[in-house]
Structures are given as C-alpha cells and as structure tokens.
Design a protein around this ligand. Structure first.
Ligand SMILES: Nc1ncnc2c1ncn2[C@@H]1O[C@H](COP(=O)(O)OP(=O)(O)O)[C@@H](O)[C@H]1O
Ligand SMILES: [Mg+2]
Length: 272
C-alpha cells in the first residue's frame, strides 16, 4: 500500500474527479473540483461549514449528479451512476447526519449492508435451502466480525435508537465496511466525540486501512486529527480548492489561514 512510494507516483489514481461543479438553483456549491486519489492514501478535506465538503462526497458517491465534470473509478467513468451501483463498485461512505435504521438492531444494520454482495436466488430463499442458510450465516459472521473491529460487538442486539452518539458514528463505519469498499469516505466521523474518542478513531482508521487495504477520504473539523492522520489535505472554501498538499503545507497556506483558521493562524473560530 503506502510503503511503495514509486508505485504510488506512477499508478493510475484509484479515483479521479475532473473539473466537477454543482449548482443549486444558480448557486455554486462546488466549483471546478479536481482530485487524483492515490490507492492506499488517507486524504483529508477541510474547510468551513458550507464550503462544499459534503456536496463533494454526494457527487463522488452518486447521491448528486454533477452540473458538469466527470468522475472516474479505476479509470472507468462513474459520473451520474446511482448510489447502489457505485457502492457495489467499491465506494462506501458515512453521512454527516447519521443515517441508520433506528428500529433495527446494531447487527441488523450491518447485515442489511453486507447483503449487497450476496447473490441470493429467489428459489433458495423461499425454499430455505442449505445454500441460503450458508450465505445467511456468512453474512452474519462477517457482520459480527466488523462489529468486533469497531468495538460494538457487545451492543449487537441493541436497537439503534437507544445508542450513544459515538456508537452510532462507529456503527455507520461498520455498515459502510460491510459493503466491502476499496474507498471509504467518512463525513465528520469525529463530530461530537471527545479527544480520547478522537484518538481512538485515529488508531481505528489506520487499523481498518491495513486490514481491508482501504483508501480513505476524510472530512473533519478536528484539526489535530486531520494534521496527524492525513497524508494529504485539500482545503475548500466557497466550493473551490484553495490549497492542496501535505498537512503542514496546507496549514501554512496564506489563503487557508485567512479563510479557515482565522487570521492568526491558530484560532479555529470559523470551525463549527
Ligand atoms: N440540496 C441542497 N440544496 C440547496 N443548497 C444546498 C444543498 N446541499 C448543499 N447546499 C449548499 O451548498 C453549499 C455547500 O454545502 P455542503 O456541501 O453541505 O458544505 P459543507 O459540507 O462543507 O459544510 C452550502 O451553501 C449549502 O447551503
Ligand atoms: Mg458537511
């Protein structure tokens, strides 16, 4: 993955976004956005509220169609492809506003997602054939394994509407992983968590990347997490990328200091 720097430089990006824009009733939410995502990297997107970060995720994962521009996954165009098909190709995301099935259990939320890759045929389902039961068992076992990795195994039978906020955020990640992604896009996974949980999230993302050979795109306001975890940052403001580079380069970029961090470069008044 990340060890082989030479491969990274010469290989085709796993995801390429070319000059993508999105307007809502004439208002530009994202403007001329470009991204060449390297396989295995952790890329962070920062920017004040309303900068267009979530819209970029919607555009990549098919929840919104770009007004113009193109998106490619492993060289194949996926612009405008519906979300379930994009998920099946290997892009999974979490949502800034958590979207879980509140009345289902923790385990059920993951098994529903895990079924994306399970090819049941209608006959085996109705006849409840051994092949069907085997597939069901595999889905359940895989889902339980994910819950373990995310520290949620003890909560497997709890209904989601009774969960603590941090647990819901981790369950969203487990559910995204159940679709067996190559690229995981996380929209503010540390929102509402304390510094200790943020450190845990840092370790968890690194370990999940190793285990599942993931490429990660992370939107977060937690600058400590972003500076320490991401190998590359993009800063968005008013829908445009105003800086891109190593976390240190982006942090020191004059436009970022003015637009995002506050003029002193140390305050985070514009954040949240
Ligand atoms: N569905 C929508 N309809 C109209 N405007 C939207 C919609 N979604 C986002 N916007 C606008 O697009 C801009 C970018 O929003 P968003 O991508 O949510 O920003 P961020 O995630 O960086 O906070 C904002 O001005 C927001 O109000
Ligand atoms: Mg957002």
């Amino acid at each position: 993955m990340t060890e082989n720097k030479e491969d990274e430089v010469i290989s085709e990006p796993i995801l390429r976004v070319e000059d993508v824009s999105k307007s809502f009733r004439g208002l530009r939410a994202v403007s001329g956005y470009n991204l060449a995502l390297r396989e295995g990297e952790i890329l962070g997107i920062i920017g004040p509220n309303g900068a267009g970060k979530t819209t970029v995720f919607h555009l990549i994962t098919g929840f919104l169609k770009p007004s113009s521009g193109r998106v490619y996954f492993r060289g194949k165009e996926i612009t405008g492809t519906p979300p379930p098909r994009i998920a099946k190709l290997g892009l999974a995301r979490t949502f800034q506003n958590i979207r879980l099935f509140d009345r289902l259990t923790v385990l059920e939320n993951v098994t529903v997602a895990a079924q994306l890759h399970t090819n049941y045929n209608i006959f085996e389902v109705f006849a409840c054939l051994p092949s069907f039961r085997r597939k069901e068992k595999r889905v359940r076992d895989d889902s339980l394994e994910l819950l373990k990795l995310l520290g949620l195994a003890d909560l497997r039978d709890r209904r989601v509407d009774g969960l603590a906020y941090g647990d819901k955020r981790r369950l969203e990640i487990a559910r995204a992983l159940a679709t067996r992604p190559k690229i995981l896009l996380l929209d503010e996974p540390a929102a509402g968590t304390n510094p200790h949980e943020s450190d845990q999230l840092h370790e968890m993302i690194l370990s999940l990347r190793r285990t599942f050979a993931l490429t990660v795109v992370l939107v977060e306001h937690d600058m400590r997490l972003m500076m320490n975890l991401c190998e590359r940052l993009q800063a968005l403001n008013y829908g445009e990328v105003i800086a891109e580079g190593t976390p240190e380069e982006v942090r020191q970029h004059p436009d970022v200091i003015v637009s995002y961090l506050g003029t002193s470069g140390t305050t985070q008044s514009a954040v949240n």
